[in-house]
Design a binder for this molecule. Structure first.
Ligand code: 5GP
Ligand code: MG
Length: 178
């Protein structure tokens, strides 16, 4: 692995594809124990989580459904409270175990809002899985049930994560060179 340029910024190698794969395998082992028999619905948060979700669900061995959602900022609102809206959540969640799959949790604000929305649709249980977690940036107190890797507060790209729309296609993860 070597340094890459994405648009106007330089990024250096940070997490290899095989380290990512190991982290995902550990999550899958836990889920295969915890979620078998619960008929869970996985809610995959686009765009960033597409690669994580694709690799994770191939390692799961119980019946489950997948659905894809997208979060978008409300236009014209101020910075407080609910700054996101949900696109594509059409499923009936009543009585379901819902597992949200996210690429990375940073401040935790995005997923906090999403979980409230999911709960309001009468899901019986909502769990969270994130490939990456930045504990030093986290401002919330809700539990994250499945975490692949904890990382410092550096900006990263690759494996689904973008810088200004680019860089999602790399199989490894890179961090910004300051
Ligand atoms: P939060 O609401 O937890 O602060 O924001 C989470 C979202 O911010 C993630 O889903 C992701 O889209 C974006 N994000 C947070 N940290 C990074 C990062 O280091 N790199 C990239 N590409 N996106 C990030
Ligand atoms: Mg995201």
């Amino acid at each position: 692995m070597h340094t890459i340029t994405v648009k106007d910024k330089i990024f250096s190698p940070f997490i290899t594809a095989s380290e990512i794969d190991n982290a995902i395998s550990k999550i899958a082992v836990s889920m295969n124990e915890d979620l078998a028999g619960k008929n869970p619905l996985f809610l995959i948060v686009l765009n960033g989580a597409f690669m994580f979700a694709a690799d994770l669900v191939k390692k799961l061995n119980f019946p489950c459904e997948l659905s894809f959602i997208k979060l978008a900022s409300y236009s014209g609102t101020k910075s407080s409270e609910k700054v996101r809206e949900l696109i594509g959540l059409n499923e009936d969640l009543s009585g379901r175990t819902v597992v949200v799959l996210e690429d990375i949790i940073d401040t935790g604000i995005t997923l906090g809002d999403l979980m409230e929305t999911v709960k309001s649709k009468n899901a019986v249980e909502v769990r969270l899985a994130a490939l990456l977690f930045k504990p030093k940036a986290f401002l919330k107190s809700y539990p994250i049930d499945y975490v692949g890797l904890e990382i410092p507060n550096d900006f990263i790209v690759g494996y689904g994560l973008d810088y200004d729309g680019y860089g999602r296609n790399y199989p490894d993860i890179y961090k910004i060179v300051e």
